[in-house]
Design a protein around this ligand. Structure first.
Ligand code: PXG
Length: 441
């Protein structure tokens, strides 16, 4: 009999779960066993409305027939192809499709398997590109406080979440961080982009003055920070970051692992904000999370700099599973589903309704901020004395018990529903979450 893993379902110890309180989880596991469209089903047969698109990734909803069939077809036809010195059609097909969707002259795509790999790839390309153009002193990488760029050594170092860094010591040398843009007293309950805070981009000038531009390779930021609770960029902030990078020859990387593929109404947040970064990292919604895949898109100028080098391998980087056939098939089918169903336009249409719905929770007990952008949303609660995160964890558990999946991040509940969500289901999210907040002291 095929081993489905179920025979061992009561043996929870061997699986060291990522970013999870293992001891707590294993004492009261939350198991999901199937998923379709807007819902998961738990092992006790309950339906959970997916308020978080899994982990910000299942943008077209679960179990979409076209994607499932494309992956099934591909695995039967060719399970694997080596990506170094060999090609297969879907890899080129997907790249060409992405090039048409990407902003400006970001026309070339390098593949990894996770957002973390995309980030470390982008940072390495930035370092190599600076050398390639004769600026080898530019080795410094700038991230931002409260930024999340995955868990590779590079991504952890440029990331700005102290819990993610403090277990690991020094990480990379020569990294610095911009301040984050969140300020409750200036921007609590802003709808969409806060009006206050564009001036915080000037801190990049301060870092340039401190380190000298000739030492800085790249700045990496999430256009809208996801993992630390949906921090929406103040009006004018990203524009100023772009200007300062241009002025000083610093590459700008947008980490769009969460904001890509319709989450903010366009294919990429770069388009939504009208800014062309030098590189974009993407993952998650690229394949609707069906098969792991990530990518880094680079501007023509960056790609060309490598192609102008002496004959031979142009970039000493890549993964066994770069452009994996199953992932490429999933990516192509996912892009078809997004286009055929107009899901990015749908996100734009739903965004004002989502905004009204989530902001209707203002005034509930302990709610100190509500943030939204596109189909991203966050409700922040006051922390209990001496127990940060405990209040939102209680809300999260109540949501789970009453049929809703959300993300709990410190004392924030973050949401990012699949773009196929109905207006009635938005109402359902708000009803369940509102009741969970009301029931939590
Ligand atoms: N960059 C960004 C902006 C991300 O959001 C990564 C990189 C790393 O991707 P991988 O595929 O290596 O996990 C991410 C991942 C959360 C949450 O709860 C967010 C992510 C992952 C897990 C949880 O907010 N984002």
């Amino acid at each position: 009999m095929a081993d489905t893993g179920r025979a061992n379902v009561n043996t929870l110890e061997p699986f060291w779960m990522p970013f999870t309180n293992n001891r707590q989880f294993k004492s009261a596991p939350r198991m999901v066993v199937s998923a379709k469209d807007m819902h998961y089903t738990t092992d006790d047969g309950r339906k959970l409305l997916d308020g978080s698109a899994g982990m910000w990734c299942v943008n077209a909803g679960h179990g979409r027939a076209k994607i499932v069939e494309a992956v099934q077809r591909q695995v039967a036809e060719m399970d694997y192809a080596p990506p170094f010195q060999w090609g297969h059609p879907a890899a080129f097909g997907l790249s060409a499709r992405l090039a048409t969707l990407l902003p400006g002259d970001l026309d070339h795509v390098f593949y990894g398997n996770s957002g973390s790999e995309a980030v470390d790839t982008a940072l390495k390309i930035a370092l190599a590109y600076q050398r390639q153009r004769g600026q080898a002193t530019r080795t410094r990488l700038i991230g931002r406080e409260r930024g999340y760029h995955g868990v590779g050594l590079g991504g952890t170092a440029v990331g700005g979440i102290s819990n993610n860094r403090k277990q690991f010591g020094n990480l990379l040398a020569g990294v610095d961080h911009l301040p984050h843009t969140h300020n409750l007293s200036e921007m609590a309950f802003s709808r969409g982009q806060p009006k206050w805070g564009a001036h915080l981009a000037e801190d990049l000038e301060r870092l340039v003055a401190l380190h000298d531009a000739s030492t800085i390779a790249a700045v990496i930021i999430e256009p809208v920070a996801g993992s630390t609770g949906v921090l929406v960029p103040p009006e004018g902030y990203l524009e100023r970051i772009r200007e300062i990078c241009d002025r000083h020859g610093i590459l700008l990387i947008f980490d769009e692992v969460i904001t890509g593929f319709g989450r903010v109404g366009e294919t990429f947040a770069a388009e939504r904000f009208g800014i062309v970064p030098d590189m974009i990292t993407m993952a998650k919604g690229l394949t609707n999370a069906t098969v792991p895949m990530s990518a880094v898109a680079v501007r023509k100028e960056i790609y060309d700099a490598f192609m102008d080098s002496p004959a031979g391998v142009e970039l000493f980087h890549g993964y066994t599973y770069s452009a994996h056939p199953l992932a490429c098939a999933a990516g192509l089918a996912t892009l078809d589903v997004y286009a055929e169903e107009g899901l990015f336009a749908r996100a734009t249409e739903l965004a004002p309704k989502w905004e009204d719905a989530i902001h209707s929770l203002k005034g509930r007990s302990n709610v100190i901020d509500i943030r939204n952008f596109g189909l991203m949303g966050a409700v922040e609660m006051e922390s209990r004395d001496g127990a940060p995160g405990a209040r939102a964890m209680d809300v999260f558990m109540r949501c789970y018990e009453t049929g809703l999946m959300v993300r709990q991040i410190a004392d924030t509940i973050a949401m990012s529903p699949p773009l196929i969500i109905s207006e009635a289901q938005i109402g359902e999210i708000i009803d369940i979450l509102g009741a969970a907040i009301d029931a939590t002291d």
